[in-house]
Design a protein around this ligand. Sequence first.
Ligand code: SF4
Ligand SMILES: [Mg+2]
Length: 418
Amino acid sequence: MAVVEKGLLLDKALPYCPGCGHTVINKQLDQAIRELQLSPLDVIVVSDIGCCGLVDGVLGCHTVHGLHGRSAALALGISLGLQDPRKKVVVVLGDGGATIGLAHLLEAARQNVDMTVLVQNNMVYGMTGGQVSGLTPEPVKHQTLPEEGQIPPFNLVQLVHDAGAVFSARSLVGPNVKPLLREALETPGFSLVEIVEMCPSYGIRKVKELKAVLPFPEGVWRRHRPVRRIHAETRPSLLDRLPGIAGRYQSALRRRVNVLLAGSAGEGVQSAGELLASAAISAGLCSTKKGEYPITVGTGFSVVEVILSPEEILYTGIEVPDVALVVSQDGWDKVKTRLAPATRLIVDAHLSIDWRHPAERLDFRRTVGGRSAALAAVAYWLKKEAVLPIEALKEVSRNRKYAPTLLQAIEKGRKMAI
Ligand code: SF4
Ligand SMILES: [Mg+2]
């Protein structure tokens, strides 16, 4: 039998308790991959919550770690996105993850998406101390939850078969697993192998004890259906449809500047940030804008992070702002802990701020009103620092709704800097 040199498992100890069924199963998956002569670079393992999800750290293939029960949904997207039969998308999840995300499994089976799901069913939540899952059989459940002991577990293999899986199988941990995994991996379409196994720390310790509580028979169920494919079509991206910003102006900026603009929701703070970023682009700079405001839009703070840079911006977060323009108390309360002594602080004069470092206080709100204060502060700073021509800010404001008001705020802000 042909065997490739490199399997899935890196040369590391597996991260499980002694005697854990996950160790046995992962080794068999490794051997199945080797025997099929699959390159680890053609294998994408999508793992899930629980001890079985610890496998990522010992795999030498592509790995994606999913949230609780969502691995099948992730794998569905990966498989449909790849549309490449040479790539093997393998979901590794436990009985907990399988029942938390049952709808995702059924949907992938219904659509017959090309993937192999490996359910490591040790009948308990091992990682959190042995709680029952939707696959825990009645006798095991009865030991810990007598009142629930009569509720039967899901027959997962039957469910995915009925949903449309082309290959579904159940087996106790042991020598049957590897051939099942091989067949599952070789079958185009949705395949699921449920392996009933031990969790010596919190569940069943021996195979013979597993046999005694196995609620559904071992077996293999097959059917033929076409594999789900998607019709790939290239369309212009939404970004391509955005009107471009002509680079008519020039900026003297030679280094990246992180700007924090803070005020109250509903007072044009986000718009002011967008106009600043647009003006920067029209002056030949790179710029990003990121807004933050409470879910209750219209009340509370409104904060914008704007980065201006002559270089490409590879990291769009702002850890310490170089400049903070703060025009309302909501805004100050939100950002005051983000400022550093070196941050240039420009605040509205009426704010009550507990700040022991230099700050410029200007009467933006009284001069232009609360709704225009943020834009006036932007214009003030641009003029004062000569970051870029104030005309660039006016230009990007001209085709906006309320352009006359915006232009008036910019002009008044500009004059405050003279
Ligand atoms: S707690 Fe159970 S499932 Fe988790 S590693 Fe230990 S034996 Fe395995
Ligand atoms: Mg489990």
